[in-house]
Write a new protein. Structure first.
Length: 304
């Protein structure tokens, strides 16, 4: 699919090093924005809402013969004729990989957008890193960082991104372990078959994916008319349309068909697929991904 280009074309054709420097200059401000967004989203992803070892109270339940007497909550039991045990949530660190597409097409920003797709993808990744780190989860960035646990996880990932001279267009996903999750923020404008082939390794390794399609409003609506020049930000190829409005209907049909096919594929695999427009709030995507990553309050990959 041809990429839509406007003022971003000169930037997108720079070499990888220049793009890396541009990304490094954006990251500090994006980290601040990510933390601001996190404060608007309810955290607490760490509790599994399952019985087990943990610090957080979950529920009172009747005592069962054979259980250790030390587990009885005598204060609660004294309130009526039953004996109660205090259950706590099962807590165990889970590994969640985060990745935001660094390809040139992500630099695009139309007049109707708040930010570029690259900025939105990085903010989503850093915001998730902040949320997960606060909950004690392990986070990592394929091809950039092994999984680690740290309260300042978002800051550490930001540091890695700042110092990364070049990031691969698509990281190697073969080292991701079973029962882990990965969140991928991208525009997914490659042919659907190529995207599926790249992600197929995750299905074989038992990794659950959460895809966030970062979409500029102009890419979806195609608001162009008259003589218009389009530039492919990946290869620099140009297409001049005498009457751009003539392509609008076919373009929209192809654009929607690509999204629907990828979304349906994710649904069959038990993955989640979320669309976040760059003229909308990033927090909207975080809430949806949060809901998709939790089942009965815990991760689908978690095992008691």
């Amino acid at each position: 699919m041809a990429q839509i280009g406007e003022a971003i074309a000169p930037v997108a054709t720079r070499d990888a090093l220049a793009r890396g420097r541009l990304r490094a200059s954006l990251v500090p401000d994006l980290l601040v924005e990510a933390r601001r967004i996190v404060n608007t989203v309810i955290a607490g992803w760490h509790g599994r809402r399952k019985r087990g070892i943990g610090e957080n109270f979950w529920q009172f339940r009747p005592y069962v013969d054979g259980e250790a007497m030390s587990r009885i909550d005598w204060r609660r039991s004294a309130r009526d004729d039953h004996t109660y045990v205090r259950d706590r949530e099962w807590e165990a660190a889970h590994t969640v990989w985060l990745w935001a597409d660094p390809s040139p097409s992500m630099l695009y920003k139309s007049r109707g957008a708040i930010v570029s797709k690259e900025s939105r993808g990085l903010v989503l990744a850093l915001a998730l890193a902040e949320l997960l780190s606060r909950s004690g989860e392990r986070i990592g960035w394929p091809g950039l960082s092994d999984p680690f646990t740290a309260r300042n996880g978002a800051e550490r990932l930001a540091s890695y991104l700042i110092h990364a001279a070049d990031l691969p267009a698509k990281p190697d996903l073969r080292n991701l372990r079973r029962f882990s999750d990965i969140v991928i923020a991208s525009d997914f404008l490659d042919p659907v078959e190529e995207t599926m082939e790249w992600l197929d390794v995750l299905t074989r390794r038992g990794v659950r994916a959460h895809l966030i399609e970062v979409c500029d409003p102009a890419e979806e609506t195609f608001p162009y008319a008259g003589r218009t020049e389009f530039t492919d930000p990946e290869g620099g190829a140009k297409l001049t349309a005498g009457r751009a409005e003539q392509f609008a209907a076919d373009y929209r049909n192809l654009y929607v068909a690509r999204r629907q096919e990828l979304s349906a594929w994710c649904k069959r695999l038990g993955w989640s697929f979320t669309v976040n427009h760059t003229d909308r709030l990033a927090s909207e995507a975080l809430v949806k991904v949060h809901a998709a990553m939790t089942i009965d309050g815990g991760y689908a990959g978690a095992r008691v």
